[in-house]
Design a protein around this ligand. Sequence first.
Ligand SMILES: Nc1ncnc2c1ncn2[C@@H]1O[C@H](COP(=O)(O)OP(=O)(O)OP(=O)(O)O)[C@@H](O)[C@H]1O
Length: 200
Amino acid sequence: MRVDLDHVGHRYADGPLLFHDLTASLTPGHVYALTGPSGAGKSTLLGIIAGWTTPAEGQVTRQGIDSMRWIFQNPHGVAQRTAIDHVSLPLLAKGLPRREAEEQARTLMDRFNLTRVADRRFAELSGGEAQRLMLARAFAAQPSLMLVDEPTAQLDMHTAATVSESLSRIARNDTIVVVSTHDPNTRDACTDIIDLKNYQ
Ligand SMILES: Nc1ncnc2c1ncn2[C@@H]1O[C@H](COP(=O)(O)OP(=O)(O)OP(=O)(O)O)[C@@H](O)[C@H]1O
């Protein structure tokens, strides 16, 4: 399972070249921070990695990527459903019996420090809890590729720190994780850094 970027660069129509000559191999077990100044093309590169945008330059090759999850800066959940329901659902969808799905969901939630709020409704969660829940839910689906766009952008510093801390623990040998971020704590929680500043 891997995504290879080979001399990738991008510009929109006749706009300026955002970045160029980016060569990198993304493999499971790593959490890649995608950093760079505002407008450098972080979200664009996430779209290129996902295969949604064709780069203006270079090649992207994907091997063994059969599922993908996006997590955006605003957590979206079902207000009246409990936190654990959100994490159990992808497990139930995979065919697990309810009891087993809930057991696995609780184990996952524990990893994201959500045990205390497992039975709370989504509407009652704090911003950091809701964002961590999005990470736990995405992991429950066991995607090969997980793309996280500015997960702490809407959070205060303390809450953001709890999300960054969870990111540091999500490296898994069956998922490639890429996180676009401005936040130095989030960057430091990742295992690798791709700084677009170096490709301008
Ligand atoms: N579909 C599009 N068509 C034309 N220009 C675009 C499109 N999407 C993004 N851009 C421009 O490309 C540049 C890079 O945008 P992008 O959102 O990838 O940057 P970013 O590094 O994620 O920025 P930020 O940190 O502010 O979120 C910006 O100038 C943006 O206005």
